[in-house]
Every structure is written in C-alpha cells, then in structure tokens.
Design a protein around this ligand. Structure first.
Ligand code: PAF
Length: 322
C-alpha cells in the first residue's frame, strides 16, 4: 500500500494526496513537505503544479506542490489522501476519485470541522481505511495565494471504526508527527470531536456573526455569557451521545485556550461570511440541534444560533477587504 515518488539522497519519499486547496489544505501541504513528504494536490483545475506564499510570524516562504485534476484516472499510489475540503463538499469532491481510491485502497484522512462527515464517506467507501484528524490550527487567506498561519493548536489522530490496522495507523501518525506540529494519537477521537464541535459552536458562530477575530471574543463579556449557554446545552447532548460524564468547565477552558492560541485568526465560518460562501453550520450547530431533538432535549440557544448562521441566505455582505 505504501507509495513513493520523489527521491532525496537516493531515498524514496512517501507521497500524500491533498484534496482541497483551502487554508487547511495548504497548511498541511506546507508542513508535510517540511517533514520530507511529497505532496500531490488534487483539484478541479488541470494544472500540474500550484504554489502559494505562506507567512508564519515574520517568515515568508514559497510553497509549491505538484497537482493534478482529481478525476484523472492515472492517480499515482498515495500513502494517504488528506481530505481538506469544507464538510459540505467532501462527498462531491471524493466522488470523481471513488473508483481509483477503492481500487488502490488508499487510506483517507478526514480533516473537517463538525460531525457527520465520517458517515457520509463510509457510505461511499464501505471497506476503506478512514482516519480522522481533528485539529485546531489557525490560518486564513490574507490575499489569494498568500496564506497567514496564525496559530498552532493541537491535532488528534484516531479512527471511528476498525477499518485501520494498528501498523498503518502508526505509520501515518509518525508522518504527521514528523511535521513538527503537535499531534496526538488517540483511541477516543469521538470525545475530541465533540470537544472541538463545542469549540466551533462557540468561536465560529460569534466570530461569524460579529465579523471579528477569534481573540476579540476573549475580551468581550457577552461572548463569555453566550459560551456558557452553548456549553450548558451542548454538554447535555454530548453526555448522552458519548455515554460518559463531561465537565462543562473543561469545555469552557478548551474554548478559551483555542481562542487564545488562534487569537489573530478569522475563524473558517467568519471567513465564509466575509466571502459570501456557504458555511459548515449544518455540520456544527445543525448537527448538535439534530442530536438534541433525537434525545428530546431543549436547546434554544443552539437552535437560534443555527438559524442566524444561515449565511449568505439570510444576509450577504460586500466583499470585505482583508
Ligand atoms: O474553524 C476554525 O476556524 C478552526 O476550527 C478554529 C480552531 C476555530 C480556528 O479558527
């Protein structure tokens, strides 16, 4: 299953595919290359390479990757495919690759915010090894092809079923660890995903409504009040779904930590609003509300936010300058 292409000092480099050329796709392209992993961007365009400028602190670097159209049947062997599209695009982005990925049994690593994507992908790929990479890194486009990395958070790698042999999980984990980004291999990724879900419900929703950076929320007493209500309602759902005790204060402190570490960032939902793009509300607040209804729980704050966040349908903005 392992695949190789470029060589360095006579040594073959492993190759990872990246599906989705957004902020997270490029952030991981950049860090994988630093770990001597060759990258191939799978995209809608028919170009053989792509590049962008990455800014981290005061350092600017050019990042270049080979690329190919995602429906090209001559996809080389890949050690893994990192799916970095928005949650609502995962299915349509994977469809042109479905046959080849199944034939080659290429492991799929999902990077989306929210919950519900795994089930959609499992339906398309009943036998494929599927992993989840839950991360809280911050990056946004300063200009087109100019990505600012604004915060390095923690990343957790895990699986939601038995589709991935331990040996494969360890190899992929070692690759991600070699990027230098903090990555933890966990056997309880679901708890991480739920924690991240409440982080996204809290940070993404308010930053998108108020069009502010994540860090601005920390200075605002109103956000703290609303976060308490989100967590109060969300934790009830989380307890029933995970069948385990969840401490609201732990989740509130996680939200603070992520907002602090990514304070210079515009959250993905805020960016979607600024650019009049659809957002991931259905996989974040929408998911939580659906699960709450399933358990007959009343979640008025989450319901209201889910409705308010239906952008650009409810309100579109003039393109905001960066
Ligand atoms: O969606 C996002 O923007 C990110 O998940 C996070 C961690 C909130 C950083 O902005």
């Amino acid at each position: 299953m392992a695949s190789t292409s470029q060589t360095e000092n006579g040594r073959n480099l492993p190759k990872w595919g990246i599906l989705g050329a957004g902020a997270m796709g490029w952030l991981w392209t950049y860090y994988l290359q630093r770990a001597k992993i060759d990258t191939l961007l799978l995209q809608r365009q028919n170009t053989s390479s792509r590049e962008c400028i990455i800014q981290k602190d005061k350092i600017f670097e050019n990042c270049r990757t080979s690329a190919m159209k995602s429906d090209n049947p001559s996809l080389p062997n890949l050690e893994a495919l990192l799916v970095a599209t928005k949650a609502y695009s995962v299915r349509s982005a994977l469809l042109p690759l479905q046959e080849t990925l199944i034939k080659k049994q290429i492991p799929i690593v999902l990077l989306q915010n929210g919950l519900g994507v795994f089930e959609e992908v499992r339906e398309l790929f009943p036998e494929q090894p599927i992993l989840i990479l839950s991360t809280s890194n911050g990056a946004y486009w300063h200009e087109s092809a100019f990505l600012k990395i604004t915060g390095i958070g923690s990343s957790y790698l895990g699986t939601l079923d038995n589709s991935v042999p331990t040996s494969l999980k360890n190899i992929l984990f070692k690759r991600l660890e070699a990027t230098g980004l903090p990555v933890v291999l966990t056997d309880n990724i679901l708890k991480q995903l739920w924690g991240k879900l409440l982080v996204n419900c809290s940070i993404n929703s308010l930053s998108a409504l108020w069009l502010c950076r994540n860090g601005d929320l920390l200075d605002n007493p109103n956000s703290k009040q609303i976060w308490k209500r989100i967590v109060h309602e969300g934790v009830e759902v989380m307890r029933l779904e995970l069948q385990q005790e969840v401490e609201p204060l732990e989740i509130l402190s996680l939200i603070d930590q992520v907002a602090y570490k990514t304070s210079a960032n515009y959250s993905s939902m805020c960016e979607d609003r600024r650019r009049n793009r659809p957002n991931e509300v259905d996989y974040i607040l929408g998911y939580l509300v659906r699960k709450a209804h399933h358990h007959d729980l009343s979640v008025p704050t989450l319901e209201t936010l889910a409705e308010l966040l239906k952008f650009p349908e409810n309100s579109s903005l003039e393109q905001t300058p960066n």
